[in-house]
Design a protein around this ligand. Structure first.
Ligand SMILES: Cc1cc2nc3c(=O)[nH]c(=O)nc-3n(C[C@H](O)[C@H](O)[C@H](O)COP(=O)(O)O)c2cc1C
Length: 401
């Protein structure tokens, strides 16, 4: 894509990755993604972030529509992850910049990514300002949002905030702005992105948003490094959504995810789902074979309860279920009600192991879990249904709805 002027003299020079389906190699990105980078033309010429290495030639070509790389004076590295700093070494080589701005933690990490002893690195203090002519770059440390080195760069004269991964979505599109597409689609992708990337750092998100609210910055453009950008009223929308996500307010909803070889555990899960639905709770029933773990996480994210199921397999649980649980637990979803079911043939460890997972995730386990030998009979399925009813009552108590 050609550069897009987003403010006079400020250009988007990203690439659209139409084919990305596995973001960072682990999260589903069914709608592709973009790597956004920016060029500011002033007395000093500034490049804010770069793109993934595989798009290096596209990136240089895009930049060349605006300037010669050797005319760039400053590089801003808001985040060192390779999808944003993938072309950094090349840009240092081509631009021979006067300065490279990184956060305190970025300065430390830079040395572990690059042979950068002779680079003109300038480690910025939080809130530090640098004049680039008519405009100023002001740097804010946003540590652990979502790596230690993250920072935001604000251009007060343009009311423009570059936020790296925060507020991003995995959307490949010809449009550049949230207001050019359906808001529902954007919300869906914002939540998916948050659930799968940012969830563990929710306390940091709340602190950062509170700090920014206290600064009373006049912001009328938020430019993340992935997906569409926000302008005008959409900036408030992005900030509100993030506060909402960070609080992890649960809905009257349960996500049931499971694995099953011969459908016994599946029948139990379906009976629990039926009990939940009979009490007016919305459910998502997700086999780990049919659903990617990041889609499961996107549903777990706003659920008040999770119900997990696996048969006993070689004195453990099925590997697909262990995969999903490892992933979901790593993202530290907060404050969930938990319950489990499973079928077994002889030793029957499944429920004990699933309960251990629920405990490790800090779930409020409301029942000891149900185990069915070989096939769940009618009475067992009734018990599963009743478990669903009991979870529904606990959800309503939790959400107050
Ligand atoms: C390869 C294999 C290993 C198994 N290992 C165990 C085991 O260690 N302990 C046990 O109680 N049952 C074991 N089972 C039996 C299953 O747990 C049992 O068939 C269960 O009903 C399957 O539930 P599902 O229909 O949800 O897959 C094993 C079954 C298979 C096929």
């Amino acid at each position: 894509m050609r550069p897009v002027e987003i403010k006079e003299g400020v250009h988007w020079i990203g690439v659209v990755d139409w084919n990305c389906r596995n973001f960072h190699g682990y999260a589903r990105s069914a709608n592709g993604t973009t790597y956004n980078a920016f060029y500011i033309e002033d007395e000093k010429k500034v490049l804010v972030d770069t793109v993934s290495k595989e798009f290096e030639s596209q990136f240089i070509c895009s930049l060349s529509h605006l300037t010669k790389p050797e005319e760039i004076d400053y590089l801003v590295v808001n985040h060192l992850e390779p999808d944003h700093a993938g072309c950094l070494a090349k840009m240092v080589e081509l631009c021979k910049p006067e300065k490279i701005f990184v956060s305190v933690m970025g300065g430390k990490a830079l040395k572990t990514f690059f042979d950068c002893e002779d680079w003109p690195v300038h480690v910025v203090k939080p809130g530090e300002e640098v004049s680039i002519g008519k405009r100023t770059l002001r740097f804010y440390e946003t540590r652990m949002l979502h790596w230690p080195d993250n920072m935001f760069t604000f251009v007060p004269e343009e009311k423009l905030l570059f936020t790296s991964d925060a507020f991003g979505q995995n959307i490949a599109a010809s449009e550049r702005w949230v207001d050019e597409v359906s808001k529902e689609m954007v919300e869906d992708h914002m939540q998916q992105y948050y659930a799968n990337i940012i969830t563990p750092y929710s306390p940091k998100v709340i602190k950062t948003l509170e700090t920014f609210a206290g600064l009373n910055l006049d912001i009328d453009m938020i430019c993340p490094d992935h997906g569409l950008m926000y302008r005008g009223d959409d900036c408030a929308f992005a900030l509100e959504k993030y506060m909402d996500y960070a609080k992890q307010t649960p809905k009257n909803k349960a996500t049931l995810f499971y694995d099953s070889m011969w459908h016994s555990t599946e029948r139990m899960i379906n009976a629990v789902a039926s009990g939940l639905v009979s009490e007016g709770i919305s459910v998502k029933v997700m086999s780990v074979k049919a659903n990617h773990h990041s889609d499961i996480m996107s549903e777990v994210f706003d659920s008040a309860a999770i119900v997990i199921g696996s048969p006993t397999h070689n004195n453990g649980i099925l590997p697909g279920m262990a995969d999903a649980l490892t992933y979901v637990k790593g993202l530290r979803p907060q404050d969930k009600i938990g319950a489990c079911v499973g079928s077994f043939g002889w030793s029957g460890e499944c429920v004990k192991i699933l309960n251990e997972w629920l405990e490790k995730m800090g779930c409020e386990i409301i029942e000891p879990g149900l185990k069915a030998k070989n096939r769940p009979n009618h009475d067992m399925l009734k018990e599963c249904f009743q478990l669903g009813v009991a979870i529904a009552a606990a959800i309503k108590e939790k959400t107050g709805k």
